[in-house]
Ligand binder design. Structure first.
Ligand SMILES: Cc1cc2nc3c(=O)[nH]c(=O)nc-3n(C[C@H](O)[C@H](O)[C@H](O)COP(=O)(O)O)c2cc1C
Length: 459
């Protein structure tokens, strides 16, 4: 029997995802003003036969976070990069708390036609934080949780109806009879809801794909409910191996209970990755990045969380020499996230469901070795923004992680976040992809022409 295949996305930002890696001598931060960097991300993804590139949404301005001051506009990016690629998909994020489904339907339908069916839609409801969208849309504050989710549901209903409001064979082009379009080939919505009133139909031809893949992200129960009803995939937090397995089974069971095929619903956690030709090289890179934030506050913070005095200890001290593992409770390390960082985390997703001691032993030590330092542990906790997984290692370790996760049903694939450009994404494609192909768990050629065919979400 053919082996199950991984699905892989690659995040496209002008600079990398890690808050500090932009300071590496080799980081090409020019991507904040030069589109060739983010275009390269799409080309690299296509060279590696990856499913799609992912562009998150930002209606916020974060001038204090140097790596992420600017975000290119997703729709313009998708059009620009699709014109210069052939197969790779574009997962584009839209903020349903602020945007309007008629505009977004026009953009997605246009792009799907222009790209030959390679667009996907990621609905986010927005992050409430300093420098968040509310600062830029003051007359339109971020809705509360209930309103966010009633709005995203309505948004999706309207979007889906608009996208497919024309029949495929609408164009008669009958010059003799003077009939350009077939009568009855368009279907007004006459939608009137709590948030949107849209008559329709759309004024763009229907998409090439039968259903533009809807990839949802969020960590709450409401987000899960939305996913079951509308999404084809979830860009999920990475909960670790055991908790991830349980969550995977729960999600797939919900899809099956809704009468849908669970195999066509993909679970894709986000993973930030630090890759090297050898494990030691990767660990050295991870530690080189840490050097930029190494400080006295790290031992102090760990000491406070664990309940021991570590004021005079160096951040590079071996963790297990100065901290008794017995002092690590289920939530001890979660307390390490400083107030400011915690406020930036979407509610409830920090690492719910994982036990800190198990996570420390299983994940952190597994990636960085027994000589893990205080700074390593600190960085591992803080870098898990949005519940993202962290991978440090060589191609074999990456392939093992991906193969184990796929076989044990922890996930169907991953969405990769390069810590900086250029380098890591190329290394993944050059070193890890061939290893995955050799193991028979990743394509050697794109199966289909459209993203829904490649991603395996097509009904
Ligand atoms: C992994 C992850 C990635 C996210 N990416 C974005 C993003 O790019 N833009 C955005 O506005 N919100 C983003 N969000 C926030 C969600 O849209 C949502 O507002 C937030 O998670 C709160 O909803 P929840 O309680 O259902 O998780 C992200 C959330 C998660 C968990």
């Amino acid at each position: 029997m053919a082996k199950k295949q991984l699905k892989i996305g690659l995040a496209a930002y002008g600079s990398g995802w890690d808050n500090d890696a932009w300071r590496l001598p080799e980081s090409a931060n020019i991507g904040l003003k030069d589109p060739s960097v983010i275009l390269d991300v799409a080309r690299i993804a296509e060279r590696g036969k990856l499913d799609y590139v992912f562009a998150g949404s930002s209606l916020a301005t974060e001038p204090d976070r140097w790596g992420r001051i600017f975000r290119w506009d997703n729709t313009a990016y998708g059009a620009y990069a699709a014109a210069q690629t052939k197969n790779v998909g574009f997962l584009l994020t839209y903020n349903t708390s602020f945007e309007h489904p008629f505009f977004v339907a026009r953009q997605l339908a246009t792009l799907d036609n222009f790209s030959g069916g390679r667009v996907a839609f990621n609905a986010v409801t927005g992050i409430d934080r300093e420098g968040g969208p509310t600062d830029n849309f003051a007359n339109w504050p971020l809705p509360d949780q209930d309103t966010k989710y009633s709005r995203v549901a309505e948004f999706t209903e309207v979007l889906n109806q608009l996208l497919y409001s024309w029949d495929e064979d609408f164009l008669l082009d009958d010059k003799e009879k003077g009939q350009l379009v077939r009568p009855g080939s368009w279907h007004p919505l006459d939608y009137s809801g709590e948030h949107f009133v849209v008559k329709g139909p759309l004024n763009v031809a229907r998409p090439i794909q039968n259903a533009i893949p809807n990839v949802h992200v969020g960590a709450s129960q409401r987000s899960v409910e939305y996913g079951v009803k509308y999404a084809h995939a979830r860009f999920a937090p990475y909960l670790g191996h055991e908790a991830g397995k349980q969550e995977y089974a729960r999600q797939k069971a919900l899809i099956a209970a809704d009468g849908r095929d669970p195999d066509k619903f993909k679970i894709l956690p986000g993973v930030t990755f630090y890759i090297g030709a050898t494990v030691n090289e990767a660990r050295a890179k991870f530690r080189q990045i840490q050097e930029f934030t190494l400080g006295k506050q790290i031992p102090e913070a760990i000491g406070r969380a664990v309940g021991v005095e570590l004021v005079d200890v160096k951040p590079t001290e071996r963790f297990f020499d100065v901290v008794d593992i017995e002092k690590i409770g289920p939530d001890t390390l979660k307390a390490l996230i400083p107030e400011a960082v915690q406020r930036r985390q979407p509610a409830g997703n920090a690492r719910a469901g994982t036990d800190d001691r198990e996570w420390l032993q299983r994940t952190v030590v597994d990636q960085l070795g027994e000589d893990v330092t205080l700074a390593d542990v600190y960085q591992f906790v803080v870098k898990r923004r949005f519940g993202q997984g962290i991978l440090v290692g060589d191609a074999k370790r990456f392939a093992d992680f991906l193969e184990d996760g796929l076989e044990d049903e922890v996930f169907d694939g991953v969405q990769l976040f390069p810590p900086y450009h250029r380098g890591p994404a190329d290394l993944f494609v050059d070193l890890v992809v061939p290893e995955l192909q050799r193991r028979g768990i990743f394509r050697t050629e794109y199966e289909g022409k459209t993203l829904e065919q490649n991603l395996g979400t097509a009904e």
